[in-house]
Design a protein around this ligand. Structure first.
Ligand code: KG4
Ligand code: ZN
Length: 335
């Protein structure tokens, strides 16, 4: 089945054409990073406006790069939530209009299940069941994935998401946006043992990143002046180490607890080079297989939405013109 995926839940306008939930024929992403960069975070009103400007050309480019026409498309999958309502509505109304005009089957997809499904594009894909860490700007959750319609939360953040902690730290240090990407680069030149940051909730599968953020704030205050360019790499390397350490430990602990030897790591923060190597190293030691999609399928994209869409459409799931956007949508909840 040839599926057109559409994603607009945050600040990326994306469209992709995927065959049979496996072969990505195109994957177009229009990022608004430069626009939101000067505010140090996503401004929802600007995001929806920019989605409106970009959506039609992004879809046309995805079709063109796939060598397909709208006539070839057999189903449309669109992110329905969770995310910013104003942003979601742009993708959703475009998808509904296309489906109505071409009489195509339409299905609304959970963005988090999309992140997990990005692993199904790997060769070979992980066999079910597996433990999944979804770690992004809005979420940090550990799941037991028995199947795509049978997902159980094992752990979640009690406050900030890991990506949010990276973004807030970068804003505090005034080193650029999005924080995760900048910190990933700068930390490569630093010593992760030079500045130590706390690890919270060691005995639980839940996360808390507000302590590590406050610790950085206190460090900046104690210093009484901004960190110099020479000091920043050590500071961010220590900060990144504290976050990566708990993400890796808790995910592997969840897998051991569930007696499952396969782990999927996905979402924007899964693009982090230190997180990827720590996972590969520690999971290998414990004889756990780790699946981390290539960075382009970790950050927001529409190919992952098409993968879930294909699964839902092939089981007969159809959504109608009354399909609405939802800002919160836990994976356990079937809508
Ligand atoms: O999945 P995503 O693109 O959007 C959400 O659904 O939130 O994730 C965006 C988050 C941002 O917080 C960004 O700082 C983080 O992913 N991120 C990274 C890296 N690339 C993106 N964090 C750490 N290292 C990276 N290389
Ligand atoms: Zn995302």
């Amino acid at each position: 089945m040839l599926v057109l995926g559409i994603e607009s839940s945050c600040d990326e306008t994306a469209a992709a054409v995927v065959r049979d939930g496996k072969r990505v024929l195109s994957n177009v992403i229009a990022s608004q990073v430069r626009i939101h960069g000067k505010y140090g975070g996503v401004v929802p009103e600007i995001a929806s406006r920019k989605h409106t400007e970009a959506i039609v050309s992004v879809i046309l480019q995805a079709l063109c790069e796939a060598g397909a026409e709208l006539n070839d498309i057999e189903g449309i999958a669109v992110t329905r939530g969770p995310g910013l309502i104003g942003s979601l509505l742009v993708g959703l109304s475009t998808a509904k209009a296309l489906a109505f005009a071409r009489d195509l089957p339409l299905v609304g997809v959970n963005h988090l299940s999309g992140h997990i499904a990005a692993a199904m594009l790997m060769d070979p894909p992980p066999a079910l069941p597996f433990v999944a860490l979804v770690v992004s700007g809005g979420h940090t959750n550990i799941y037991l994935v028995r199947d795509f319609d049978d997902i159980q939360t094992l752990g979640q953040t009690r406050d900030d998401a890991a990506g949010e902690a990276f973004d807030k730290a970068a804003k505090l240090l005034d080193i650029g946006y999005p924080g995760g990407v900048v910190i990933d680069q700068l930390a490569k030149q630093g010593d992760p043992g030079a500045v130590l940051f706390p690890r919270a909730m060691r005995d639980s599968l839940d996360f808390s990143f507000s302590g590590v953020k406050t610790s950085l704030l206190n460090l900046v205050k104690k210093q009484g002046r901004p960190f110099s360019a020479a000091e920043i790499p050590d500071v961010v390397a220590g900060f990144q180490e504290a976050i990566v350490d708990v993400l890796v430990r808790k995910t592997l602990k969840a897998a051991n607890q569930e007696a499952i030897r396969r782990v999927v790591v996905c979402g924007g923060v899964a693009a982090n080079s230190h997180l990827r190597s720590r996972f590969e190293h520690d999971a290998g030691d414990q004889e756990i297989e780790v699946f981390i999609p290539p960075p382009v399928f970790c950050t927001d994209n529409a190919a992952m939405i098409a993968v879930v869409g294909e699964r839902l459409l092939s089981t007969g799931r159809r959504d109608g013109p009354d399909l609405n956007a939802v800002s919160r949508w836990p994976l356990e909840l079937r809508l």
